[in-house]
Design a protein around this ligand. Structure first.
Ligand SMILES: [Zn+2]
Ligand SMILES: [Zn+2]
Length: 276
């Protein structure tokens, strides 16, 4: 059994009710945080998970909305862990530079806390692993593989497939349909896919917003990916524009034009379980 919790279903567009992009994946005793957008630890707390409980942080890419709260994850993990436990951070090339710069920005705070607390003697401990594809995790019965996605000009970007006890969940991140994701998602129990409503975004007056059409999947495109890959359940997240409560059926109807299986869509903390 793998449990998916949508911690943040928002996007760069501010929505008072939706945290930034982040998904929690629980597989056996392991807890993976996939991306860490704004407000992620508030939502994780609501799901019963603290920063100290995170087994590893996976980053699909380095767009700001997906990493806004990286400093909060690193700092809160550090100050709430009593036996220093390194946080593995797995992401595409460029991740190490972002983590190093975040730690540099935190240097004053790190020094304040080390000087103030007798039992904090070391700076935050992180272990960064950069991948472009292949197996990125194999521990405690959980295997995670990564594959390149297509979010150009943002590159490289990754999708992740988490497998545990015969169950499988794929996290697409931000991407247009691509062969890497098709292969990664093949036969998975669930595909968590970020989406935009192309019909609505096309009508937006600002060119800067319409620009996002060329590197995100529409609801229909995400659904077509799910159909090609033969996944069990399609879980939609990262709603652009923000999903208005009561309009879930519109989004579901668009997905149903391409994918006949179950489609999950909803608010932050929506939980989906797959496997036995
Ligand atoms: Zn992005
Ligand atoms: Zn995004």
């Amino acid at each position: 059994m793998i449990d998916i919790t949508l911690l943040g279903t928002g996007s760069p567009m501010i929505d008072p009710n939706r945290a930034g992009p982040s998904t929690l994946v629980k597989a056996g005793d392991s807890v993976f945080l996939v991306d860490c957008g704004r407000g992620v630890l508030m939502r994780a707390a609501a799901a019963g998970v603290g920063a100290a409980n995170i087994t590893a942080l996976l980053l699909t890419h380095l767009h700001s909305d997906h990493i806004t709260d990286l400093s909060d994850v690193i700092t809160t993990r550090w100050v709430t862990t009593f036996v220093p436990t390194p946080l593995p951070i797995i992401g595409p090339p460029g991740t190490r530079a972002v983590v190093d710069a975040t730690l540099a920005a935190l240097a004053p705070d790190i020094s304040y806390r080390i000087h103030h607390h007798a039992d904090i003697t070391e700076p935050p401990s992180v272990q960064v692993y950069e991948y472009t594809d292949g197996q990125v995790w194999d521990d405690a019965g959980v295997r995670i593989t990564a594959a390149p996605t297509d979010h150009r000009p943002v590159e490289p970007t990754l999708g992740f497939r988490v497998e545990h006890d015969g169950a499988s969940v794929v996290l697409a991140g931000d991407t247009v349909p691509c062969a890497g994701l098709d292969e990664l998602a093949k036969g998975a129990n669930a595909l968590v896919h970020t989406v935009i409503r192309a019909d609505l975004v096309q009508q937006m007056p600002l060119q800067r917003i319409r620009d996002i059409l060329d590197y995100h999947s529409s609801v229909e495109q995400a659904a077509a990916t799910a159909a090609r890959a033969g996944v069990g359940t399609l879980v939609l997240t990262h709603y652009v524009p923000p999903l208005v409560p009561g309009q879930e059926d519109q989004w579901r109807a668009q997905a149903a034009t391409e994918f006949s299986g179950p489609v999950e869509i909803g608010d932050d903390l929506l939980r989906v379980s797959v496997g036995n």
